[in-house]
Design a protein around this ligand. Structure first.
Ligand SMILES: *Cc1c(COP(=O)(O)O)cnc(C)c1O
Length: 416
């Protein structure tokens, strides 16, 4: 049993750094790794967790499904509680399966059901490509034209950010024709965190279904998906959740949908009630909750890293990580202001409620050269054409000292 500290416990940013492999920079010393929003670092314990599964396979063959250290038949079951704690859900509302975009499609199949009167989808402008493709292809799959059915909420002219108010007004204006609101909880490019609670409430007041892509929000914000009444969500486990490249995706379905017999769903044997799964009943008997959306048996080699990662999140706890994450990004904001002044524009909102770990920095004199200089100085950051650099100090393994070092390096590069 893992002891779970009270949610009021605080942690120092970087308190879990010695549990992770920090990649070396060009001089061989530990880099300043600010790209955990893109690919989180590898926990030291992940290798052994994978070896356990390989050893069980070697030792037990098919018997590993029931006799293994962590029996594969029910491998996903013990993940539900810690996964639910990361996103503020009930255990039967979450499931680890597939990849993020696959899960978006599976959930859109159930939750985007256009009618002649209600067919539109509200999104934030400039959403991540995969989300745009998934939505457009779903709309076409229903025989409709994305050009008439996507409402993208845009920033004010000349601005980078979309006001939460603008989203709520869009919902109010088009309410009767909106089937679905699908928002990226934290925008991948700007780092802006949206107001989940108000969007969900106002969406529901207008009879819309409300879903979120949590790619940049899971393991970053302190989410309360159940309490906020979000209908569904999907996320990946390789960004803030540190489960390794292309690792298993996750999904949330609010319990109010869990026993709706009229729901359309793509079904497979792994979504069947485990009690009768192997007797292979003639027709599908859905598993309770989000697990009913599972199609295939658990990909154990990508779930083992998730199991390790969720153990670390349980030790740290999400409320404490959220506080430590804000401490880091605030330290970074302060340090940047003092060294760089006007030479850098921070696109990400300053208000703590409206951001997570990531800060998106705009360098009007060009971002590419700065990112290359940062890499040379042992800082891992990420560049988005033409002038944005994204940095995301992650509270499990990044420190306030690294934020100061980052700002110093920026200061030097700018003065050159
Ligand atoms: C990272 C990310 C993805 C990636 O999708 P995969 O299916 O995991 O490859 C999708 N959407 C958003 C918003 C992302 O940030």
């Amino acid at each position: 049993m893992i002891a779970i500290p009270a949610s009021t416990a605080r942690i120092q940013p970087g308190a879990f750094r010695d549990r992770f492999h920090v990649p070396p920079g060009p001089d061989g010393s530990e880099s300043v790794y600010f790209t955990g929003n893109s690919l989180g670092l590898q926990p030291l314990a992940t290798r052994a967790a994978l070896m356990t599964e390989l050893d069980d396979w070697a030792r037990l063959g098919v018997e590993g499904h029931f006799e293994g250290t962590h029996p594969w038949y029910s491998y996903d079951e013990p993940l539900k509680e810690p996964l639910a704690r990361v996103v503020g859900a009930l255990p039967h509302e979450v499931v680890a399966m597939n990849g993020l975009t696959v899960n978006l499609h599976l959930l859109l199949t159930s939750f985007y059901r256009p009618t002649p009167r209600r067919s539109k989808v509200v999104v934030i402008a400039d959403a991540f490509a995969s989300d745009r493709y998934a939505i457009a292809s779903q709309i076409r799959w229903h025989g409709l034209d994305p050009a008439d059915n996507v409402i993208a909420v845009e920033p004010e002219p000349g601005a980078h950010l979309v006001d939460d108010e603008a989203i709520l007004e869009t919902i109010a204006t088009h309410g009767d024709s909106i089937a679905l609101i699908l928002i990226s909880g934290v925008h991948y490019r700007t780092g802006q965190a949206f107001d989940f609670e108000s969007i969900t409430r106002v969406g529901h007041e207008h009879g819309c279904t409300v879903g979120f892509d949590l790619a940049h929000a899971a393991g970053n914000l302190d989410l309360q998906l159940h309490e906020w009444g979000v209908d569904f969500a999907a996320w990946c486990s390789y960004k803030y959740l540190n489960s390794g490249p292309g690792s298993v995706g996750c999904a949330f379905v609010h319990e109010r949908h869990s026993d709706n017999p009229h729901l359309h769903r793509h079904e497979g044997w792994w979504g069947n009630d485990p009690a009768t799964r192997f007797s292979m009943p003639e027709s599908f008997v859905p598993h309770v909750g989000a697990a009913a959306w599972q199609l295939s048996n658990a990909p154990v080699f990508s779930m083992a890293p998730l199991r390790v990662s969720l153990g670390i999140f349980d030790e740290a706890t999400m409320p404490a990580l959220r506080e430590a994450g804000l401490e880091l990004s605030s330290a970074l904001l302060g340090a940047l202001e003092s060294v760089a002044g006007d030479a850098v524009e921070v696109i990400t909102p300053r208000q703590p409620k409206r951001r997570g770990c990531q800060l998106s920095l705009r360098f009007p004199r060009g971002g590419r050269a700065i990112q290359e200089a940062l890499a040379g100085a042992g800082v891992s950051s990420d560049y988005r054409h033409p002038d944005v650099i994204r940095v995301a100090p992650a509270p499990l393994y990044n420190t306030v000292e690294e934020c100061g070092r980052f700002a110093e390096i920026i200061g030097e590069v700018i003065r050159r």
